[in-house]
Design a protein around this ligand. Structure first.
Ligand code: NDP
Length: 254
């Protein structure tokens, strides 16, 4: 058995046009997967596709708003049209609106929940029939340290990321018999566009993350490559419903 060879497999990465999603796409491409980068910003997606092709991978881009069910279904159809199948889904697209709960509007709450949580529900359902028909698949949902902890500026974000863990467990139990493994990854603090904005908005965030992270550094998107490769590969065929921290020890620190 080749534990870490996914040559011929096809992965969709939502929000894969930068940051953590692109780091995970690189990890899966490095062990043979073809990648469909799915984001809203076509220019960013083109650059990500070029970067993956430069490492020798088969890669394409498509435009999707993951809050829209019809577009999630169309994204899966596009993977099948371009590559003939879909084996791996990474639900990575996400955003945050950083305000105290008393200052948030209902629309802002829904925007974060729809982008981070409902999107995963919609995309999982969109890949189910193709994966089941093919005999199995892998789904990787991106949680956060905010799946475990709270923060005054992160009520909808933390609620959505806590929900990602329970969504993961529920889909894992529903689809294990179909040989579809569903797991969550909880990244620590990774240097991306999202956290560059957070550092601009949240006082002393940079230094407090450094102080709390036993590894003594912020993570890099490439730190997420290995976990994506593992959870996409046959090596993880009996791993389902798990939530794995990739955080330099952040969540282990008391
Ligand atoms: P980025 O902002 O770089 O990535 C977020 C991606 O989500 C973008 O590529 C964006 O694509 C996409 N996206 C947002 N909304 C939509 C939408 N409605 N439809 C389609 N795509 C969308 O940040 P990160 O790489 O940091 O974030 C990736 C994931 O990792 C998120 O779920 C985030 O919550 C999570 N995370 C990040 C951590 C960190 O420290 N960086 C820590 C823990 C979790 P486009 O620009 O094309 O819209």
């Amino acid at each position: 058995m080749k534990l870490f060879d996914i040559t011929g497999k096809v992965a969709i990465v939502t929000g894969g046009n930068g940051g953590i999603g692109l780091g995970m796409a690189r990890g899966m491409a490095s062990i043979g997967a073809a990648i469909l980068i799915a984001g809203r910003n076509a220019e960013k997606s083109e650059a990500a596709v070029a970067a993956l092709r430069a490492m020798g991978a088969r890669a394409e881009g498509t435009t999707v708003d993951v809050t829209r069910e019809d577009q999630c279904v169309a994204m899966v159809g596009e993977a099948i049209r371009l590559f003939g199948r879909v084996d791996i889904l990474v639900n990575n697209a996400g955003m945050s609106i950083r305000k105290r709960p008393e200052d948030l509007s209902e629309a802002e709450w829904h925007q974060v929940m729809d982008t981070n949580l409902t999107s995963a529900f919609l995309c999982c359902r969109a890949v189910y029939v193709p994966m089941k028909t093919q005999g199995g698949g892998k789904i990787i949902n991106i949680g956060s340290m905010m799946s475990l902890f709270g923060a005054p500026y992160a009520t909808p974000y933390a609620s959505s990321k806590g929900g990602i863990m329970q969504l993961t467990r529920s889909f894992a139990t529903a689809w294990a018999a179909d040989n579809i493994q569903v797991n969550a990854v909880l990244p620590g603090w990774i240097d991306t566009d999202l956290t560059r904005n957070a550092r601009a908005q949240v006082d002393r965030l940079h230094d407090s993350v450094l102080a709390r992270t036993p590894a003594g550094r912020w993570g890099h998107p490439d730190d997420m490559a290995g976990i994506a490769a593992f959870l996409a590969a046959p090596a993880s065929d009996f791993v389902t419903g798990a939530a794995m921290a990739v955080d330099g020890g952040f969540s282990a620190q008391g």
